[in-house]
Write a protein that binds this ligand. Structure first.
Ligand code: GDG
Length: 530
């Protein structure tokens, strides 16, 4: 048995927090740009609208969507007014009764919802094809999962042009247009063909790949150039910013790059494009308050009494091959094999949220996960102890928060991840401050959380197993300072900080004392720590 490459950072805790912007107390009032109604009207463009439409027997109903982006931008739009443009997520015809429901939703929320309708063929070629079978795997370095069908490219261009036409139709000259994520990279380029004067920003929620990977994309030149039609390009981490700038340097040497820390400027002909890392945050205060609420406290106690005394290792993920789920299960099995003292003392509580269920690759991943769960439980279960509790469903928000609070170890093993909000939410809900976060080095969150998390390589099964053991035996004092470190950063750099920082960079000036975390680069030396 050997302790392998996984390594607990031993350097002394060093806050990497920001100053200035984050110094004041209460989120919704401490931000200068995000909530200034007199500033430019905000027009958000994302693949999906921030709502879920459902057809019931009595007609259509409208529910708020979920997820970080909706939680971040919805209050900002409600306060300032604005427009959100996106696909409603299902095939719909113009003139249907759903339109009145959407309009009423607008009045209720204080901003306008504008649907972009997509045909079944467009959803197949653009969404399932170019976005999810090309850009998603490629940008996560998973070349072998790409299907470079030429027809997907044309569908992607058509749909991006459709979005651009819709934006043009619903925007005014002085709006700030903020396009979200990889499905819509070409929107600004199409818009500029029709109106060159709009202020347009972009934020990429997923990683940006290194040069060698981007080069595999048959449309690499078009995609790279399409980014340069924006005025500000935001990435999650310094890693993604570096990858993007080195692709530019190699493929478009005529682009001049100036480092105006923390924002870079790219000069190309008459255009200046700002580029920077803007790590997305969570509504820390809301998670923390809910975690402390009487209702969640009751659920924590119920869950504890149902699960018995074993310490909980918690994993929560959308079903996706980027999340490293088989690797996580293999690491847990390895930990039970090599560290027998963990048996009956811990259990892995794994929630997998159904996603892309119609896609054969996802069905195969689900089958693989379920086979591993069966094998581990078959091999190690004893009377009164089942090592893996596997739940293939979505939890209600309060149950999720109770689980986060109860976690003794949070286990995030992404092969690659733009950020990973689960890691952040779990820390926000650790109100007792006794849990340990075991986090993939390749999740964007590693940059901000490097001083508190146990960082692991998701390809190193023994290393992850050893990190679980190290987390299990870690003394309370160390657990507390590590968790405190992470919570301090997450409290400061929350979702409102993110919106504000982005809008300041786009429309104003980022203060001199503003700092974002340094890139996390795994150390070379291998440390035996067990
Ligand atoms: C993309 C990027 C980036 C999960 N299970 C339940 C549930 N969730 C919620 C979590 C969290 C969200 O889903 C998942 O966010 P992630 O960040 O982990 O992952 P992606 O969906 O892949 O998001 C990612 C993100 O965009 C934001 O920029 O961080 O890297 O891939 O908020 O809470 N919510 C509920 N029940 C569940 O069972 N209610």
């Amino acid at each position: 048995m050997r302790g392998s490459a996984a390594r607990i950072p031993l350097r002394s805790p060093k806050p990497v927090g920001s100053a200035g912007l984050a110094a004041l107390a209460r989120p919704l009032h401490r931000y200068s740009y995000a909530l200034r109604p007199s500033a430019h009207r905000l027009l958000v463009v994302s693949n999906r609208l921030p709502i879920v439409l459902e057809k019931k027997t009595g007609g259509w109903t409208l529910k708020p969507g979920s997820g970080g982006l909706v939680n971040a931008l919805a209050p900002v739009l409600s306060h300032r007014g604005g427009v959100w443009i996106g696909w409603p997520g299902m095939p719909l015809e113009r003139g249907g009764s759903w339109e009145a429901v959407l309009d009423a939703g607008y009045r209720e929320r204080g901003y306008e919802l504008v649907p972009v309708l997509l045909s079944a063929a467009e959803v197949k070629g653009f969404y399932e094809g170019f976005a999810n079978a090309i850009l998603w795997p490629l940008f996560h370095d998973l070349l072998g999962r790409c299907n470079f069908q030429p027809s997907f490219w044309y569908a992607y261009l058509d749909v991006n042009e459709k979005f651009a036409d819709c934006v043009l139709h619903h925007s005014r000259e002085d709006d700030f247009i903020w396009v979200q994520d990889y499905q819509l990279i070409h929107v600004a380029e199409f818009l500029r063909r029709k109106s060159d004067t709009r202020r347009i920003g972009f934020f990429l929620h997923i990683p940006f790949p290194p040069l060698d990977i981007l080069l595999k994309l048959p449309w690499r030149g078009q995609i790279l150039k399409a980014f340069l039609a924006y005025d500000l390009i935001g990435f999650q981490t310094p890693r993604d910013t570096r990858n993007f700038l080195s692709c530019l340097q190699a493929l478009l040497p005529e682009a001049e790059i100036a480092d105006g820390h923390p924002i870079f400027e790219v000069h190309l002909g008459a255009r200046t494009v700002k580029v920077g890392a803007f790590p997305i945050g969570i509504d820390f205060q809301a998670y923390e308050e809910t975690a402390r609420s009487a209702e969640v406290t009751r659920r924590v106690a119920e869950l504890r009494s149902r699960l018995g005394p074993a310490d909980l290792i918690v994993g929560v993920d959308r079903l996706d091959y980027t999340k490293g789920l088989p690797e996580r299960l293999e690491a847990f099995r390895n930990a039970l094999q090599r560290h027998a003292e963990l048996r009956e003392q811990v259990l892995l509580f794994q929630v997998v949220v159904p996603s892309r269920e119609g896609v054969p690759e996802y069905q195969a991943l689900k089958a693989h996960i379920e086979r591993l769960v069966g094998e581990i439980n078959g091999e190690f279960s004893t009377a009164g102890w089942v090592p893996v509790h596997y739940h293939y469903k979505s939890l209600g928000r309060r149950d999720l928060i109770a689980l986060y609070r109860l976690a003794r170890i949070g286990f995030v093993t992404s092969i690659k991840d733009g950020m990973n909000l689960v890691a952040k939410e779990l820390c926000a809900c650790q109100v007792e401050g006794r849990g340990v976060l075991v986090l993939s080095e390749f999740a964007g969150a590693a940059a901000q959380l490097q001083s508190g998390a146990l960082l692991v390589n998701p390809h190193d099964i023994e290393g992850m197993a050893d990190a679980l053991k190290a987390a299990f035996v870690m003394g309370e004092e160390e657990r507390r300072w590590r968790m405190d470190e992470m919570r301090k950063i997450l409290r400061e750099q929350d979702i409102f900080w993110w919106v504000d920082y982005y809008l300041q960079a786009a429309l104003g000036t980022v203060p001199d004392d503003f700092r974002i975390p340094a890139e996390y680069v795994p150390p070379l030396e291998i440390e035996e720590y067990l």
